[in-house]
Design a protein around this ligand. Structure first.
Ligand code: PFF
Length: 447
């Protein structure tokens, strides 16, 4: 007899935890700058299309694999398709977890530093140039970014050791709604800045001439990254979802909130980009330049800056926990390791790679592999290559390998779901694999 598995207590807990994973730096830090580098609105439209057409079905498929198997990603494929090579999809997920957390913790560390800067009121009186200098001096240096990265990784490990579900479920339920309120307040301030309309135009007035195959791959990669799909995080979380929770609802709601927060973050940032003359294509520093600038122009800015960076940090933490959980669940379930030991070992290994990612803005900025810095390579390879590849394998598995009755049962969750099932199954079997495959080969310049 197996011991009863841990699990989420309520449906709201499931949504909070899965949305906690999905909503993170990908929405508030990555989405605006990737959209900015890819021309704005037309990119966003393509992105939205991918979320609906591919993101939701892949998310649902991951939940399904997890709930059906009651296992971590590697164990899940071993259990559902014993003796086959499918478990390698799970292995890839664990590898990607390493890659993502390594560079994610760099930016999460920046967030902690900016939280500290906002507490000591370091933005006071700085204009755009001053903010730019502050950011440049910090993120290209060695000790401070590494220090904050280490602090962040330690906190991630701490929560995972303590057992994610109870702690994380509890905190995300309170903190995610607060994050939402803060973003709305920022939006209101941003929209009343001089020049706001230019920012909105950039976001919402599509110029299709800016769409290239590389842009389309970026949009697909961003959708996967933002929704936390393609590597097994949601297989792991799916294994903690109760049998009577409706997976279709969960997937739709989580994707909806994730997208809403990304768009609201864009609305907060782009008016400020134009009002303060920051280049929309400023790259990873975008949020660290614009947000302090908005707070400067706002009564009570001091407190809002603290609140914002604190919540950005929380959003990052609830996401990174979900990534670490994949590695730890694997070590605990497949290697019979103790949870604490597994958490510590994986955190140390990930941090070693993380140091290289962090230093690639400073002393290692000339160290390039495939003409990319370590940070850019980890980011590009995981979001644009490995997550879509993982997603492709997952839809093929559910669409073509998993027995039909199991799929029907998981989609229906006790309800009659004939129409939704038909649409879902059609997408999973035909549309998603073909679309992901084509976009992928095209974006990599293979076609
Ligand atoms: N979805 C998270 C974000 O948008 O910040 C990041 C992330 C978490 C990516 C988990 C991938 C993942 F598996």
């Amino acid at each position: 007899m197996e011991a009863k598995r841990d699990g989420f207590a309520s449906k709201f807990g499931v949504i909070a935890a899965a949305a906690g994973s999905a909503i993170g730096l990908g929405n508030i830090w990555r989405f605006p700058y990737v959209a900015g580098e890819n021309g704005g609105s037309a990119f966003i439209l393509v992105y939205l299309g991918f979320v609906i057409l591919i993101g939701v079905p892949v998310m649902l498929s991951e939940f399904m694999i997890g709930r059906r198997s009651q296992r971590n990603p590697i164990g899940a494929f071993k259990r559902l398709q014993p003796g086959s090579k499918w478990y390698l999809t799970g292995v890839m997920g664990v590898v990607v977890a390493f890659m993502i957390l390594a560079f994610y913790s760099t930016i999460a560390g920046w967030t902690l530093h900016y939280l500290y800067l906002s507490v000591v009121n370091a933005f006071a009186g700085l204009d755009e140039k001053g903010l730019q200098t502050l950011f440049n001096n910090f993120h290209t240096s060695t000790m401070m970014p590494l220090f904050w990265q280490a602090v962040f990784m330690a906190m991630t490990a701490f929560v995972v050791i303590a057992g994610v579900e109870k702690g994380i479920e509890k905190y995300t339920k309170i903190l995610m709604p607060i994050l939402f309120i803060i973003i709305v307040i920022l939006d209101i301030r941003a929209l009343t800045l001089d020049g706001a309309s230019k920012g909105l135009e950039f976001l919402f007035y599509p110029d299709f001439s800016k769409i290239t195959s590389a842009t389309i791959l970026e949009a697909l990669g961003q959708a996967f990254f933002s929704l936390s799909i393609g590597m097994g995080v949601l297989i792991t979380y799916g294994s903690y979802i109760q049998k009577d929770n409706d997976l279709v609802n969960v997937a739709v709601e989580v994707s909806f909130f994730d997208t809403l927060i990304a768009v609201l973050a864009g609305v907060a940032i782009f008016p400020a980009v134009f009002a303060f003359n920051i280049a929309p294509s400023a790259g990873p520093g975008l949020v660290f330049l614009t947000i302090p600038a908005i707070f400067q122009a706002m009564p009570g800015g001091y407190f809002f800056a603290i609140l914002f960076f604190f919540l950005l940090f929380v959003a990052a933490l609830t996401s990174s926990i979900s990534v670490l959980e994949v590695v730890v669940a694997y070590m605990v379930e497949e290697k019979n390791m103790d949870r604490k030991k597994a958490s510590i070992i994986s955190t140390i290994l990930i941090s070693i790679l993380g140091v290289l990612a962090t230093l690639s803005f400073g002393v290692l900025s000339d160290f390039k592999i495939f003409s990319k810095t370590v940070f850019d390579l980890l980011d590009y390879a995981s979001a644009n290559i490995m997550l879509p590849l993982g997603g492709l394998l997952i839809v093929i598995f559910v669409g073509w390998v998993m027995p039909l009755p199991s799929v029907v049962k998981e989609v229906s969750s006790g309800k009659k779901r004939k129409k939704i099932f038909k649409v879902y199954y059609f997408i999973i079997r035909y549309i998603a694999p073909v679309a992901i495959g084509l976009i992928f080969l095209n974006g990599l310049d293979v076609l």
